[in-house]
Design a protein around this ligand. Structure first.
Ligand code: SF4
Length: 421
């Protein structure tokens, strides 16, 4: 068992290395493919770069190129891609950004991501963004979309609503109209039509991205010591700023490298982490949980990668296909409305069983209504099944990992000693 005090505290602030996001260096493993260390170094540099240099370089390569940012949790990136534009995930400022101006726009008792996003905006770090989508997840994001319109009147801003009724001719009709409106809005930004064949090509490349992401999650669940969650996180986070075609190659390279490299198997328990779908936890929090003795074998980070859980069909009307996928083949999560109260938490039990997990860690941003309001119902569902859990909150800039390390370490010990789950 690992001593909880092995976990590093927050790293000192450093000047991020800028990265072009260009082709990965080939590795020292004799296969011609990069090693996991090389891939993770590249992803870490992308993660650290709050100036989004890779995106700026992509855009600068052609004056006609446009960038559409999106906030968590889910947007149909296929429509942006079909317009020849780059979708870029804006996931807050993390723990390296000092929020100075952003605090003036919001009250104190609120999560941090809207304040750090405003900070990124007003300091010019998002000046390459031609449009920004604010998906329907909570009032904070809704208010941020209105604020963005006021602060950046020349940017295309859309509050992207999703159905809370999954009947085809009610919520489905509504969502098809919403997707069509989004398509027309993006056409205006792109300066070109977005045809059905454009959409089908983009759906195909995102289907591949979803397949590879599922393969990565399955691989980590099978051999979590070979794909530490902090690495998996960085690899997926790179997909927030890289063109999807590059990210598909990166995922393939990481899977190949991780499969081929031997790593030490720790005496960790297996846990599912839930509640981190919007404001992202500090990377050190993810490392702390694993070093305290818990392998994360499933999570809800960056759900945009996995919101649709299988391929979107390429035949028929592509907008209807995207809508059908949202209605009938999308993940159940606290970030999505569940109309049947009796089913609340059923998905979490299924994940625990499917991943052979021994417990659940609820880790949610402070003041996050969608995550924290669901937590008691999810916890009750776990208790009924005798599945152990613990819960804590974080902010994207939390620096003190000692309490989390102790809590996760004690949880791991209790599972190993007493749990019959
Ligand atoms: S962290 Fe939670 S409350 Fe804050 S913007 Fe995201 S979903 Fe809303």
């Amino acid at each position: 068992m690992n001593a909880p005090n092995e976990t590093p505290e927050k790293a000192p602030e450093k000047t991020p290395e800028k990265t072009t996001g260009g082709p990965q260096k080939k590795g020292a493993n004799g296969s011609g493919r990069p090693t996991t260390a090389q891939i993770v170094d590249r992803c870490q540099a992308l993660f650290d770069d709050l100036d989004f240099t890779a995106v700026r370089e992509w855009k600068a390569a052609d004056p006609a190129r446009k960038v559409i940012g999106y906030m968590p949790v889910y947007v149909p990136r296929e429509i942006i891609h079909a317009g020849g534009m780059l979708p870029v995930g804006i996931l807050g400022g993390g723990d390296q950004l000092e929020v100075i101006h952003g605090d003036a726009y919001y009250q104190s008792y609120i999560c941090r991501i809207p304040r750090s996003t405003v900070e990124l905006g007003v300091t010019g770090r998002l000046d390459f963004v031609d449009g920004l989508l604010f998906p329907s997840i909570c009032d904070v994001i809704r208010n941020l979309s209105g604020m963005w319109k006021l602060i950046f009147p020349d940017t295309y801003v859309r509050y992207f609503d999703v159905p809370q009724n999954y009947v085809d001719d009610i919520g489905g009709n509504y969502y098809v109209n919403e997707l069509q409106e989004l398509r027309h809005g993006l056409e205006a930004v792109a300066g070109r039509a977005i045809g059905d064949d454009d959409l089908r090509r983009s759906i195909a490349v995102y289907n591949e991205n979803r397949q590879l992401t599922r393969a990565l999650y399955d691989f980590r669940a099978r051999a979590p010591w070979k794909a530490p969650s902090a690495e998996v996180y960085l690899v997926l986070r790179a997909g927030m700023v890289l063109p999807v075609e590059d990210h598909n190659r990166l995922l393939l390279d990481y899977l190949a490298a991780a499969e081929s490299e031997d790593r030490a198997l720790r005496d960790n328990c297996r846990i599912v982490l839930q509640g981190s779908f919007c404001e992202q936890p500090p990377l050190n929090l993810i490392k702390s949980i694993e070093l305290a003795g818990c392998y994360i074998v499933d999570d809800d980070f960056m759900l945009v990668n996995r919101w649709l859980y299988d391929d979107v069909p390429l035949d028929g009307d592509p907008i209807v296909s995207l809508s059908d996928a949202f209605l009938h083949r999308s993940l159940e999560t606290a970030a999505k409305y569940e109309p049947d109260g009796a089913r609340k938490g059923a998905y979490l039990i299924e994940i625990v069983r499917e991943r052979a997990a021994e417990g659940v860690i609820f880790a949610a941003p402070s003041f996050c209504d969608p995550a924290l309001l669901d937590r008691p119902m999810l916890a009750r569902a776990l208790s009924r099944e005798n599945i152990p859990y613990i819960a804590f909150k974080y902010a994207e800039n939390s620096g003190q990992m000692q309490p989390i390390r102790e809590q996760a370490g004690t949880f791991a010990d209790s599972i190993k000693l007493w749990s019959d789950a």
